[in-house]
Design a protein. Structure first.
Length: 315
């Protein structure tokens, strides 16, 4: 009996170890930060802030700002070249360096499926994320004032208007207003990030970040703006992690990781401290269910093999 029990335990331990290895690999997330001072995009471990080897900043960038990521595709708004480029998120190699051209100082990006929204001095446009072609039916929302950050949730598009200190809500298919002054009384709002009905706004003008109800526009209690921010310019969310890119300027750009519920700094993350200014931030997607399913399938197969081995032993 003892040898059989040992074999059973060995098979189970091996299966669990393989499942953990698969899931642990899938849980690794990477953080991308743009620096207009050096015209570079850099990649970091989203948990620790350590630089990721293998990624090289795309060449030919001029003044990089907003970032967006989908799978292994990284989109970069380049205000210096008036373009949006698409790059390999693992290596930094170009996929379509001039995916969208003819823009006017693009600063912010938002992505939903194959729909890429770009905010520039000309307003907001919607484009095919594969071809770069403008998508018909969407009209630049009227009444925008120095638009900056973007956020998407289903058919709702949120735009930070730095010129009139508001965040407006618009229909993502048509550009028609839903609540053009959803949030008011801000101070030069820049970056936006959205999770469910929670909308985060970076106030570039007074060094704060606030959390609001994305439907009503009311401030959400419990969240306190992190201290020590310096011209926060871009936001990204991953689960309960809120990443804040601080423009700062003068070679003092920074990135921090904060609790999205309370605003407290999350231990373990260290600011890379190598930015002239940080104007864009994006984080790779959380692990997909399919990866866990693969691990579970592996567990099942190993347990089945163990059972067959025990059957042969007893026959």
């Amino acid at each position: 009996m003892k040898p059989k029990n040992h074999a059973r335990l060995l098979v189970l331990a091996t299966a669990v170890a393989m499942l953990w290895a698969v899931s642990a690999t899938s849980r690794a997330q990477n953080l991308y930060v743009s620096d207009p001072y050096s015209a570079t995009v850099r990649e970091y471990n989203a948990t620790t802030g350590a630089a990721i080897a293998g990624f090289t900043s795309p060449s030919g960038l001029a003044y990089v700002e907003g970032l967006a990521i989908s799978g292994n595709n990284l989109y970069v708004a380049d205000g210096g070249n008036n373009t949006v480029g698409e790059y390999d998120a693992t290596t930094g190699a170009p996929i379509a360096a001039s995916l969208i051209t003819g823009l006017n100082n693009p600063v912010g990006l938002a992505l939903s499926g194959n729909n890429l929204y770009v905010v520039s001095n000309n307003g907001v446009g919607e484009y095919n994320a594969t071809t770069g072609a403008a998508i018909p039916g969407f009209t630049n929302p009227s009444g925008l004032s120095a638009p900056d950050g973007l956020a998407l949730s289903g058919s709702n598009l949120y735009v930070a208007n730095a010129g009139n200190n508001t965040v407006g809500e618009y229909h993502a298919t048509t550009g028609a207003p839903i609540a053009a002054s959803l949030i008011t009384g801000l101070n030069n709002p820049a970056g936006l990030a959205l999770s469910g009905s929670d909308l985060y706004v970076a106030n570039y003008g007074n060094n704060t970040v606030g959390e609001y109800n994305a439907t009503m526009g009311a401030a959400i209690p419990g969240f306190t703006s992190p201290s020590g921010l310096s011209a926060p310019d871009a936001l990204a969310l991953s689960g309960n992690n809120l990443y804040i890119a601080n423009w700062a300027g003068g070679g003092n750009g920074s990135v921090g990781d904060y609790d999205a519920t309370t605003g407290a700094a999350i231990p373990g993350f260290t600011d890379p401290s190598e930015f002239g200014g940080a104007t864009g931030v994006a984080v790779s997607a959380a692990p997909e269910l399919g990866t866990w399913a693969s691990g579970i399938a592996t567990l099942g197969c190993l347990l089945l093999l163990g059972r067959r081995s025990r059957t042969r032993e007893s026959s």
